[in-house]
Design a protein around this ligand. Structure first.
Ligand SMILES: [Zn+2]
Length: 331
């Protein structure tokens, strides 16, 4: 079998896993999912799109470099099969159909909940894809044992992450349906920048994770960067019972000047948060630094120390109004 044929099978398995019909994430709902936006098109993505397009860092494992900026249509940007039509409409109505109140606990909760469901679904899809590759007899005879070993390792890692995710999902469901408040959020304003992001990362470094008991879930931190009217909004969220571990780290983002906050956000986007998009004009400003950006993202995948401070700062290359929004609040 040629290398091209091998890649063909792996790609076919990827499309199968991505195209598979999946059930809505809401408990006891048997309806199939639609394609949901992780961040809504109207009111967030369309604030920074140009002719209905945006730019993301895409991955193509068969290319060198494997990461690069790719243009993406607004209808496809940050979409995932998470909810049925009914639940996608009903649950997120509060943050999609009226002006968003970022001082409201539920607003921050719903933005974070959607991140978690996206992340869990992404892991399920990867498990299905990798399992198909492992079970494929043709691949088995042509690919190195090392490749299969790494697939198995990844599947185990994703399964552990799914377990942790279910731990958090329980609290999100309680808060959404019973109005409890199990999470803590810090929200602050930045100058308007044409980048949006929505992702979850673990506070613990890989080095710290190996020292933790397996039964203990890793600390999820939910992060949103949302371009609004004339400012951008950052939301950090964490389960309150885990606050003692990482609250100082979170509060540091809003403690200094806005330039300092932006540098920290730049570090975060390149080291911990995968899901971000930028406008055409930001892409054009960053393009000359694409190699540096790609290298830093690659390093993140190889290092055991994910909480890194980089020499590179994206916001040194991007125009933004250096006005002074200093508001920070908690919910
Ligand atoms: Zn449903």
């Amino acid at each position: 079998m040629t290398e091209e044929e091998t890649k063909g099978i792996i790609r076919k398995n990827e499309l199968l896993a991505k195209g598979k019909e999946r059930k809505c994430f809401v408990d006891c709902c048997n309806s199939m999912t639609i394609s949901s936006h992780l961040l809504q098109k109207n009111g967030i993505l369309n604030r920074i799109s140009h002719q209905n397009h945006l730019y993301e860092i895409g991955i193509n494992p068969f290319n060198t470099p494997s990461f690069n900026f790719q243009k993406i249509g607004i209808n496809k940007a940050l979409t995932f099969p998470g909810f049925c039509n009914k639940h996608d409409t009903e649950i997120f109505r509060e943050i999609e159909t009226k002006s968003i109140d970022f001082k409201d606990y539920r607003t921050n909760l719903l933005f974070s909940y959607r991140i978690l469901v996206n992340e869990l679904r992404k892991k399920e899809i990867l498990i299905d894809w990798y399992t198909e590759n492992i079970n494929n007899n043709e691949l088995r005879t042509h690919i190195t044992p090392d490749y299969f070993y790494r697939l198995n390792e990844s599947i185990n890692g994703y399964k552990m992450a799914l377990n942790d995710g279910k731990y958090y999902l329980k609290y999100f469901n309680l808060d959404i349906y019973q109005n409890t408040k199990n999470f803590s959020f810090m929200t602050f304003e930045l100058p308007f920048i044409e980048i949006c992001a929505s992702g979850v990362f673990n506070y613990e470094n890989s080095c710290e994770i190996v020292l933790m008991p397996e039964s203990q879930p890793l600390t999820d931190i939910y992060f949103n960067l949302l371009p609004m009217d004339n400012k951008s909004i950052v939301i950090f969220g964490v389960l309150t019972e885990m606050k003692n571990k990482c609250w100082d780290y979170i509060e540091d983002f809003a403690k200094g000047s806005k330039v300092f906050s932006l540098k920290k956000v730049s570090d975060l986007l390149l080291t911990n948060v995968e899901n971000w998009l930028c406008s055409k004009s930001v892409y054009e400003k960053l393009k000359s630094n694409e190699t540096v950006i790609v290298e830093e993202i690659k390093k993140t995948n190889q290092t055991n120390i994910e909480r890194r401070t980089l020499d590179f700062n994206m916001f040194e290359y991007i125009d933004y109004k250096k006005n002074t929004f200093a508001n920070t609040w908690y919910s």
